[in-house]
Design a protein around this ligand. Structure first.
Ligand SMILES: NC(=O)c1ccc[n+]([C@@H]2O[C@H](COP(=O)([O-])OP(=O)(O)OC[C@H]3O[C@@H](n4cnc5c(N)ncnc54)[C@H](OP(=O)(O)O)[C@@H]3O)[C@@H](O)[C@H]2O)c1
Length: 299
């Protein structure tokens, strides 16, 4: 069986060489990495710093942000600006956009997200929490694109990467809302990939599978996610940049592409059940999470 490889053809070395030559010229002065202090976001920052692109690293974890900026500055002779901000709120977005307006941002990487596992109605859950997730995973990526893509289109150069997940490709029990937010990003990126292309702006949905970020490493240490196959953040980021400008989306990792290919062959109910089993086995200690609905909880 041949698995369709969604990555661009051509040698890895050649595309690395081309990227090195042209990334800054191709995309512009600054990169903004939202959720850039740790994990996949930090790997994006590292990659961009290697290319000599100045970076604005936005994150809500102040200590991690300071450490990331310190490390990048020590390692690369490139400007790195920390921007401490909580993207789960949307109140002072206009102010933030005004601040960012002072920079020519040629590359936007929207990486931050809230991911959680469990029943839709969790014992400690609330609609407010889900709405904050929506702000972080959906509303603010849209706001960032709305504000930052227009100048890119005017300049006729720019790049946008939206970090998504394999969960966004099929309904995902026990992370249903998270998966739905990731679906939104894939759809938006694919549409804009086509719309923005004539204006010289590349858009990509980067669809990752399990990746060894600090939170996932902590989950593994707790005994969760033991049955998964993982990529490193660096592997994910390298595949994203190989695909930017060539494809509307990339599913990173051969094993993830194989899994998604097989899921696509299954009848929808079967595929959704398979995802549910994976979540229960890997992240729910083998127990099917119950809906926390008060007195009438299911057995
Ligand atoms: N890790 C995986 O296995 C995996 C798999 C598929 C897709 N993805 C996708 O890849 C992206 C990155 O995943 P990750 O695991 O590296 O994420 P992460 O570690 O949870 O978050 C990355 C950075 O974003 C920050 N952040 C979180 N909430 C924020 C907020 N409200 N405002 C500003 N910054 C915030 C985090 O800080 P805090 O420490 O404060 O949270 C962290 O420094 C996400 O979009 C995720 O959906 C990840």
């Amino acid at each position: 069986m041949t698995i369709p490889d969604e990555r661009p053809a051509g040698s890895h070395m050649l595309s690395m060489f081309k990227e090195k030559l042209s990334m800054k010229a191709q995309y512009g002065e600054w990169a903004l990495v939202a959720g850039g202090a740790q994990g996949i976001g930090e790997a994006y920052c590292e990659y961009l710093a290697q290319q000599g692109i100045p970076i604005i690293v936005l994150d809500n974890d102040e200590a991690a942000l300071a450490a990331c900026v310190r490390r990048l500055k020590a390692k690369y002779s490139v400007s790195v600006l920390p921007l401490h901000y909580d993207l789960s709120v949307i109140d002072d977005m206009a102010l933030l956009m005004e601040k960012l307006g002072a920079y020519e941002i040629g590359l936007l990487v929207y990486n931050a997200a809230t991911a959680d596992v469990g029943a839709f109605y969790k014992p400690d859950g609330s609609l407010d929490f889900e709405l904050q997730k929506l702000n972080l995973n959906v509303v603010n990526p849209l706001r960032f694109i709305y504000a930052l893509a227009k100048p890119m289109l005017k300049r006729k150069r720019g790049g946008i990467i939206l970090m998504s997940s394999g969960t966004g490709l099929v309904g995902s029990p026990y992370y249903a809302h998270y998966a739905a937010t990731k679906s939104y990003l894939i759809n938006l990126a694919e549409g804009l990939w086509y719309e923005f292309k004539p204006y010289g702006v590349d858009v990509l949905a980067c669809i990752a599978g399990l990746t060894t970020t600090p939170k996932i490493k902590a989950a593994i240490a707790r005994g969760e996610g033991m049955h998964g196959k993982y990529q490193t953040p660096e592997e994910v980021v390298s595949e994203a940049f190989q695909s930017l400008g060539k494809l509307p989306r990339v599913i990173t990792g051969k094993h993830n592409r194989l899994q998604m290919f097989i899921l696509g062959l299954l009848r929808r109910p079967v595929a959704i059940r398979a995802i549910a089993r994976h979540a229960v086995k890997n992240f729910c200690q083998g127990e099917v999470p119950k809906q926390s609905i008060g007195t009438h909880e299911a057995d």
